[in-house]
Write a protein that binds this ligand. Structure first.
Ligand code: KG4
Ligand code: ZN
Length: 344
């Protein structure tokens, strides 16, 4: 295991799995020296969602820039890096390939170890950045645009998945509902904002339950109920109160997330809960989870919003722990669009 002359482990992290191209330099897994993100949101907004082919092209345009900036802002050079970490799945295959090819070429040319990182392991690791005392084991709820997983983080890089969504991801439900009421893409932050002005009990929407699987999630029934509500209102010529609808929808999602995450802590005997992923930046979810944890004596952790949505600091943090466990990738590392958590 090679370390810098100072004994510090410096990782250059690269992320390109969806619509953010990002690079970051992270020291010893927890200290972020730079965190550069370029978002493609404006490009995709006109299509109402991410267009994979366009995402790949935009990553190609941005990837060198974000890496150069991340290194410059960290005050270190590529030569100073101990290793290079990169998201290799899950995600859009063309988008992932840009980061993987770039990281591989840089690692090979500079003779540095290459570390393939699971995107969800990255999201979980975002919690380590600002919480030096947080260590496994703990329960983690990962809620993003593509994933809704309830896991036990048994150790660094070791996960037991105890629940997942059976249909839409939580963020996907936010995005679809936002589109249906004309709030645009990405829907999560817009629903979050609109909901602050609304009544969460104005409309009674269903809470998705999966019979016999207390830790699994289902959001497609809720999404259909919201769409039906909108259609009925339109047919009756009634105006929709967007803040009330946003707040009521959000409340249903939050109740599903909070009840399962806290139940998992109680049933599995863990006193620490963390949340991660884009939806973890939702203000109402953060305060509801905080209140529920306080009541049950659970320590609650959540990353700053900038570390919830896709970024490369979380990839640098995860890569550090993989590196310390000796998990270095070969030069045949490839993008794996449906990579399972815990697989290497
Ligand atoms: O983690 P992320 O950046 O990308 C994926 O890995 O999917 O998550 C993006 C998702 C989008 O669906 C977005 O609408 C949602 O996170 N999101 C939010 C909020 N901010 C982002 N959902 C609810 N409330 C928010 N404040
Ligand atoms: Zn993500």
């Amino acid at each position: 295991m090679s370390e810098g002359t100072s004994g510090d482990v410096l990782i250059l992290g690269v992320e390109s799995s969806c619509d953010e191209t990002a690079a970051s330099v992270v020291k010893n897994g927890r200290e972020v020296l730079s965190n550069v993100i370029t978002s493609q949101i404006e490009t995709h907004t006109i299509y109402g969602g991410v267009v994979p082919e366009i995402a790949s092209r935009e990553h190609i345009k941005a990837v060198n820039y974000v890496i150069e900036r991340a290194l410059a802002e960290s005050g270190f050079s590529l030569e100073d890096m101990t290793a290079i970490g990169v998201t290799y799945g899950p995600g859009l295959v063309g988008a992932l390939l840009v980061g993987v090819a770039e990281a591989k070429a840089m690692a090979y040319a500079s003779k540095k170890p290459l570390i393939g990182v699971h995107h969800i392991e990255g999201h979980v690791s975002a919690n380590f950045i600002e919480n030096p005392e947080l260590e496994p084991p703990f329960v983690c709820l990962i809620v993003s645009g593509g994933h809704t997983h309830l896991v036990i983080v048994k150790d660094y890089g070791k996960f037991e998945i105890i629940g997942r969504t059976r249909d839409d991801a939580a963020g996907e439900a936010f995005d679809k509902v936002a589109r249906a009421v004309g709030l645009g893409y990405p829907g999560g932050p817009k629903i979050d904002k609109a909901a602050r002005e609304g009544n969460p009990h104005a409309i009674e929407f269903p809470r998705g339950r999966v019979e016999g699987s207390p830790y699994d999630f289902s959001f497609s029934g809720l999404k259909s109920a919201v769409l039906n509500h909108i259609n009925h209102a339109k047919m009756a010529g009634e105006e929709i109160c967007v803040p009330d609808l946003a707040a009521s929808f959000q409340n249903s999602v939050i109740e599903s997330l909070v009840s399962r995450a806290t139940l998992a802590c109680e049933e599995y005997g863990y006193k620490t809960l963390a949340i991660a992923g884009g939806v973890a930046s939702n203000t109402a979810l953060r305060s509801a989870m905080k209140a529920a944890c306080q009541k049950k004596g659970i320590s609650f952790y959540y990353p700053s919003p900038a570390y919830c949505t896709d970024n490369a600091a979380m990839i640098g943090a995860a890569a550090y722990y993989e590196f310390m466990r000796g998990n270095v990738s070969g030069w045949d590392l490839n993008a794996v669009p449906n990579l399972k958590l815990g697989e290497r």
